[in-house]
Structure formats: C-alpha cells, structure tokens
Design a protein around this ligand. Structure first.
Ligand code: 6R9
Length: 664
C-alpha cells in the first residue's frame, strides 16, 4: 500500500459519519429532507405518493382502512393489475428497452435480454397456457425454480390472471416443497429440468419429483422449463401431468390475455418464511399495497430511474428478489439484471465483470457476500471499471462497519452512497434506511425509519429505551407493504407479530404495535442499529432458518434422542448452525451418525441449513423448569465466557460440553 492508501485507510477507520456524495445528491430522486415532515403531517395520505406510481383501473376511495386492526387495508375500493403495471404500461415508451437482462452461468456464451415487448409476449403466452391448464383466479401456483428467466415470466403470468404465486427457493429440499404445496393447497407447479452451478448441470426435476410424492392432493399440471443444454439432461420421463414450459408457450403463440382486474387487497403472492415453531409461515402480500410500496422504495431508496441498469444479486426465491429484482424495478420501467450463478465462478471477479459489461448503475447485495469479497481481496474489483455505479445497497443482516467501509471504498470508490436497508419478508419492502440523497450514513447502523414509517426501540414492558440502550424494535403504525395475515391463519398472525406489545382487545389502531422479533438500539439522532433476531430464528448468510425446523430434522434421525440448535458466530455467514445432540442408548457418537444428521438436515431444509458443527453431549444444559438454556449453548459455541450457571439443574454438563467444542 502507498502512503496515501495507508492514510486513507486510517481516516476511514476513524470516520463514523459519511455525507451523501454531492454528485449523487444533485441527481437523486429524493433530495429534500422536508419529506420526513411532509409524510408525518399528512399520514396516512402521504402514501398516495406510492399509489401514484401505479396505474389504476379503478381509483381507490380510501388510503387506509384501519377499522379492524391489525387487519389493515390499503387503497380500498381501487383495482389494478400487477403484470399490467410491470409490463404493459411501459410498452409505448419503452417497448424496445431491456426489461430483464439475464446473465447465465457461462456455459453457453449467451446472456439473454428481454425487452418489455418480448417480456410481454412471453408472459402473455404463459398466462394463456396457465388458463388452458385450468388455473383460475385465486388458485395458488407454486414455483420451484432457480434464477432462470422462466421464473419471473411465470410470476408475472400468474399476476396477470390473478393467480397468487408461491415461490419456493430452489435450494430448499424436496420436503420443503411438499410442505409448502400442502399448506397452500396448490395444485400447480412450475419447475425446471435442472440448472448450472459452477459449470456443472444439477438435476432439479428429480428433487421436484421427490417433493411431489409428498403432496397430499392431486397436482393438475407440472410445467417444466428446460434450462439444460442438449447432452446435459438427466433423461427423466415426464409423467402424464408434466409438460415442457416451452411447449405450453408454443401452443399459445401470439396469445394475448387481458390483465385481470384485481381488487387492491387481493392477494398477489404468498411467501413462506421461517418462524419460531417448526411450521413455516405463509406470508400474504396484496396487490396494491405491496406493489406501490416496493415501487416507492425502489425509487426513493435505490434511486431507480427508467434508464438505469439495476442489479440486485439476491435470489428471487427470497423476498428481496421478489421486491427488488422483479416487482419494484419493473413497476418503474427500468432494466433489472438477473444473475443465475455464484459470485466466484468462473472467478472471484464475476460480479465486477457483470457490472463492467452491463454498465450497472446500482448494486444491491448482502453483507455475507461483501465479507467474502473482502476476504478474496480488492484486486478482483480493482481489475474492473466500476465507474457506472451510482449507488450501493445491502440487506439481510447487520453489516459490520469494516465491511461497510470496504464496500464504500473498494466498490463505490467513495463516490456512491451505501444504503443499509432493514426489512423482512413480512414488511414487503424496506423500513429502516437512510435516504441516499438526504441522510448522512453511519456504518453499522441502518438509519432512521423511512418517511411515513414509525418505529421505536422499547423494553419488555413496551416503554421506549434511552438512546444507546438495547431493546426491541417495534413498528407503531401500519404501512402499505405490510403482510395482511398468515395464510389461512389469522390467529397465528396475531400471536406472532402483535400480541407481545398490543392491547389485542382494543379496536383502536393506536393500541396495536407490530413486533418484528429483532433486537435493536437507537442513537441520539434517531439512527437505529439492528442487533439481530430475538426469537429462535437464525440468520445464516442472510437466510432465515428456524431452529425448530432443524431440530425436528435431527431428532428424526435414528439414534438421536434430543437436539438443540443454536447460532454460532461465523466470519462470512454471520451465523452458522451449531447442533448439540444427545444420542439414544446403544448408539455410538461416531462419524457415521454425524453424517446421517447432516444429511437429514439437508434433506429436510436444504444445504443452506447444513450444521457447521455437530456436538455430541450426554446432556443439555437445562433450567430447573426443564427449558434448554440456549443462550449458554450459544456462548459455548462462540467460545465466550459463561455467565452465571447456578440456575441450571445440571451445571456439571457445561464444562463437559465446553471441552467437546474446544476439541471439535
Ligand atoms: C429482507 C430480508 C428478515 C430478518 C430481519 C433481520 C435481518 C434484514 C437487515 C437485517 C440488520 C439489516 N435483517 N436486513 N438485520 N440489518 N439491514 O432479509 O427478509 O429473509 O425475512 O429476513 O433479517 O433480523 O428480521 P427476511
């Protein structure tokens, strides 16, 4: 490093507040700090700003109907179609412009660009095909697909005919697919033959077929997109209800399907996410509230403009991909980039190569990725021209200041604001972040609530904590992008998100408080630092995994008597899965059992949930009332000093486990 670099490094390390770069502010979609006050004074009418970004078939009568909390309704009386808003209305002005730039794994030369015109044709043909197969309005269509273009095509085709989609992450297991299809009574599946990972073909249809065996009702149609190149296929015969995606489209060549007029509150999609209990939660999002919210946040926070080439490196199988690869950017008529592969194949400069080749203007990624980039070294980004970038974003987990500064310096060249955006599957879109053209940035802190969003940090009794003290994050007012309920389970919706801090007997919205189950602290400027989950949910590489789901996969293994899963700190993943296991009498604590445990977790959930460590122990530390002391197990996993263990029923077990972890 040169002397200048050393000085710069030292300065960055000290600096705690960063102003938005002047060049950015000059052109920002939102540059007036008055927006906070405006929104507050005009709440909830301020949300008309979001609704105005959409085309409506029928204007709404009321912005917010809060007569029956927490079942809030937004833009009531209005009707619209999401596919029309994401495609048709852009055709006149932007028909020949790229809607989706798909970047494949480098197996067959071509990246594919879909102009709005082409996307329109693809979506219409597939919408007609779904109808032909018997899909009716409100039927849930499941998608089990990796990052191939047929995924957004199928999602938008569903939106066009008013059939909610439920996308299951392709990395999830066959069991996870079956659970979700059963829960949603979904009779239609869109999947694919396979895809490429690090240049090798993967058999996806086999996993889909295995999942289908676990579906308890009849499945009408399975559409199979054919991604694998000739010669790479796995030679599966199609069952009677299975048909190639492309064939379905071919039969409908040139078909046009009128976008179905959907009520503002009609369901746009379901997204399953992990919760405290073993059963995944079906988060319900609606047409108008969700779409307006993701469009508005894409514009205000990601600074998306029609002429941009925007790139979010998430997977569409997660909420980030739904909101900020597909719905938000397309609603604004921009070009969104979709990348099939991993950031380190064929080499560790893959993302930087994409940014250079496609003149990417915004990059939205996750802290876990940034930590990997840091580890690989700055020579990878340094060997590419990244000057097209205007803004950087992160999401999924807390970002440590070091990683933030690395991102700011080595990717943004100190010329791009970094937005650290806190939100959840349930919130639909961003909730806490700085506005890049307005607010100073503080590495490590997401920032204040967005205009129109009202959040606080409270103690167990619900009273606000002092600046600097840790407490629980709560949201005090509804917002358009919020989940409306858990699918067919209003009671669990109230239990999971509201009961903790609300007066559930009241019908006054002021008595209802949303609890996201995150710990946080707030500083004197109102900047919020999110500390992480306070429930039994782990955040592994930004992916939410329920400890209960993992535990139930482990106790299902022959030879296992009991298991407790906790998160241990991990340099790259943020958190990693640590499994403490008690064997049944007569079983050996050996490599074979360890393998079977790992396999069972991968089968039940997917490779992302693979335990980092399986620790055999004769007992688990328990309180006198018999509760497992998870906190203690976490401390052991992290090699930390243990606090008071005197409340344990079996204090002796602790040193025993410690010695095992140490020796692992
Ligand atoms: C969008 C998404 C939600 C959980 C959330 C929190 C964590 C997300 C964060 C963050 C700190 C950020 N989280 N963004 N923590 N800073 N900027 O990730 O949705 O998969 O539902 O996860 O992720 O713990 O509660 P989801």
């Amino acid at each position: 490093m040169s002397d200048d670099d050393v000085q710069l490094e030292a300065r960055l390390e000290e600096q705690e507040v960063f102003e938005p770069p002047e060049s950015f502010v000059e052109q920002a979609n939102v540059a007036d700090s008055g927006i906070y006050e405006d929104f507050e004074e005009n709440w909830p009418e301020c949300w008309e700003n979001a609704a105005d970004l959409l085309d409506w078939e029928e204007e709404y009568d009321q912005v917010l109907d809060d007569s029956n909390p927490p079942f809030y309704e937004w833009f009531t009386g209005g009707s619209l179609n999401a596919s029309e808003n994401c495609i048709d209305r852009h055709l006149d002005e932007r028909g020949d412009e790229a809607a989706i730039e798909w970047v494949g794994e480098p197996v067959d030369e071509d990246d594919v660009t879909y102009t709005y015109e082409e996307l329109h044709r693809e979506v219409n043909e597939f919408a007609a095909a779904l109808r032909e197969q018997g899909v009716e309005e409100d039927d849930v269509v499941t998608m089990y697909m990796p990052m191939i273009p047929q995924l957004p095509i199928a999602m938008l085709a569903c939106a066009r005919i008013g059939a909610p989609h439920s996308v299951v992450f392709a990395g999830f297991s066959a069991d996870a697919l079956a659970t979700r299809m059963n829960s949603a009574d979904s009779e239609y599946l869109v999947t694919c033959d396979g895809y490429y990972r690090r240049g090798d073909p993967l058999d996806h249809l086999e996993k889909a077929n295995e999942g289908l065996e676990g579906v308890e009702h009849d499945v009408e149609t399975v559409a199979v997109a054919e991604r694998l190149l000739d010669g790479d296929g796995f030679g599966h015969d199609y069952a009677d209800n299975q048909v190639a995606f492309e064939e379905l489209q071919r039969e409908q060549e040139g078909a046009e399907v009128d976008p179905v007029s959907r009520d503002a509150e009609d369901m746009l999609f379901l997204m399953y996410t992990s919760g405290t209990t073993g059963e995944p939660k079906g988060v319900k999002h609606t047409t108008a509230g969700y779409l307006s919210y993701v469009a508005w946040t894409s514009q205000a926070v990601l600074d998306v403009k029609p002429d941009d080439t925007y790139f979010c490196s998430a997977d569409i199988g997660w909420i980030t991909g739904h909101s900020y690869i597909i719905y938000g950017p397309l609603a604004l008529g921009t070009t969104t980039t979709m990348y099939e592969g991993t950031p380190d194949y064929p080499d560790k400069d893959r993302l930087w190569e994409i940014i250079e080749d496609h003149d990417i203007t915004q990059l939205y990624t996750a802290p876990t990725a940034i930590r990997s980039f840091m580890k690989w070294g700055e020579e990878y980004p340094d060997s590419h021209d990244l000057s097209s970038l205007r803004l950087l974003g992160t999401v999924g987990e807390p970002i440590n200041p070091r990683a933030w500064k690395w991102y700011y310096k080595h990717i943004g060249k100190e010329d791009c604001p970094v937005v650290d955006t806190w939100w959840q599957t349930e919130t639909g879109g961003m909730m806490l972040t700085t506005l890049p053209g307005v607010g100073d940035m503080k590495p490590g802190s997401a920032g204040p609530p967005l205009p129109g969003v009202s959040a606080d940090i409270v103690d167990v009794s619900g009273s606000p904590v002092k600046a600097g003290e840790a407490g629980y994050l709560v949201v005090n007012k509804p917002w358009p992008g919020m989940l409306r309920t858990l699918y067919k389970n209003d009671e669990r919706f109230i239990d999971e998100y509201w009961r903790e801090y609300s007066d559930t007997d009241s019908d006054d919205p002021a008595d209802w408080v949303y609890f996201p189950e995150d710990g946080a602290k707030i500083d004197q400027d109102g900047y919020i630092t999110v500390l992480g989950r306070v429930d039994d949910v782990l955040n592994v590489s930004g992916h939410r995994l329920g400890t209960m789901e993992i535990e139930s996969a482990i106790v299902g293994v022959e030879g296992v008597a009991e298991a407790a899963v906790v998160g241990g700190e991990h340099d790259i993943k943020g958190e990693a899965v640590y499994a403490y296991v008690i064997t049944e009498d007569g079983y050996e604590e050996d490599e074979e059992l360890r393998e079977r445990i790992i396999e069972s977790v991968e089968d039940a959930i997917g490779p992302i949930a693979r335990p980092e460590a399986v620790i055999f122990t004769p007992e688990l530390p328990k309180t006198r009332s018999g509760k497992i002391m998870r906190r203690l197990l976490e401390d052991i996993a992290n090699g930390e000093e243990l606090g008071d263990t005197s409340t344990l029923r079996n204090p002796d077990v602790v040193s025993d486990i410690q010695s095992k972890v140490g020796g692992d």
